[in-house]
Design a protein around this ligand. Structure first.
Ligand SMILES: Nc1ncnc2c1ncn2[C@@H]1O[C@H](COP(=O)(O)OP(=O)(O)OP(=O)(O)O)[C@@H](O)[C@H]1O
Ligand SMILES: [Mg+2]
Length: 262
């Protein structure tokens, strides 16, 4: 893991080279004006407790549409807690603050409503679900979140296309969700979910952890590809590793320490 000083250098580099987030709009008179991309996620003064412990302390931050934001911080600083709170995990009690997502009050929404609104999180430690084929799991999720009317035939075609796109073997989706998957396969399974669900905001929680150098590169390239074909998709990229950040080139990097985002 890079040391704090190294992370600060990466953070300052990212700040120096922000990706352009403003689009040119041509007005009827031929002149041009800039159209500032709007905030997709706005967190204001968010405090969260879990098991009587404060895990997020007065956090304010935002993510714009199409923006890739890196989130760095030492172990136990609250990165996963932030993601799970946004997803609506019942253990994480919001004690103060406000969160707006795509113009709606996120905190008033149930977890499934948040997913339908376009929020997605890939887990740091994906769970195994015995007896549920991964393809069936994806089909159910797709129908719930994206399109309840898609037929099995149409979905199989979509799944085949996404597997090819990510270089994932078809047999992968016939196995039970994550059961017996290697660490690297579990992370690729998370990315396949991302490719299928195409959310508005993807919270990727250490998608690179436990991967060897080659697999890290494959996963980074896959995320890049998904982000290129979905330029409006925003990504909150939680990681400890400089290499992964360098491969994905976030627009901004935020640091979290002891539950406080700086
Ligand atoms: N369900 C829980 N019960 C008790 N403590 C919890 C729970 N969930 C999180 N915590 C505590 O909250 C703090 C923040 O944890 P979190 O998982 O958010 O850290 P993190 O920044 O994701 O760390 P890492 O880099 O190791 O993944 C830790 O001290 C952790 O023990
Ligand atoms: Mg974590």
């Amino acid at each position: 893991m890079p040391k704090n000083d190294e992370l600060r250098v990466i953070a300052s580099k990212a700040k120096q080279s922000p990706k352009v987030l403003e689009a040119e709009i041509t007005l009827p008179d031929g002149s041009q004006r800039r159209n500032k991309k709007h905030e997709l996620l706005e967190i204001k003064n968010l405090s969260v407790s879990v098991a009587c412990k404060i895990v997020l302390d007065n956090v304010s931050m935002s993510v714009k549409e199409g923006e890739v934001v890196g989130l760095l911080g030492p172990n136990g600083s609250g990165k996963t807690s932030l993601g799970l709170t946004l997803m609506g995990h019942p253990r994480y009690q919001v004690t103060a603050g406000k969160v707006m997502f795509a113009g709606k009050n996120l905190l008033a929404m149930k977890p499934e409503e948040r997913a339908k609104a376009g929020l997605f999180m890939s887990f740091q430690n994906p769970l195994e679900i015995q007896g549920v084929p991964f393809g069936k799991f994806l089909f159910t999720a797709y129908k719930e979140v994206k399109n309840p009317n898609i037929s099995a035939k149409e979905f199989i075609a979509l799944l085949r296309e996404k597997c090819q796109f990510l270089g994932v073997e078809q047999s992968f989706v016939e196995r039970s969700v994550n059961e017996g998957f290697s660490g690297g396969e579990k992370k690729r399974a998370e990315i396949l979910q991302l490719a299928i669900l195409e959310p508005k905001l993807a919270i990727l929680d250490e998608t690179d952890s436990g991967l060897d150098i080659k697999a890290t590169k494959i996963v980074a390239q896959a995320i890049k590809k998904i982000s290129q074909i979905n330029p409006k998709m925003s990504i909150l990229l939680i990681t400890h590793y400089e290499k992964f950040l360098n491969q994905l080139k976030p627009d901004r990097i935020l640091n979290i320490e002891k539950g406080m985002v700086k």
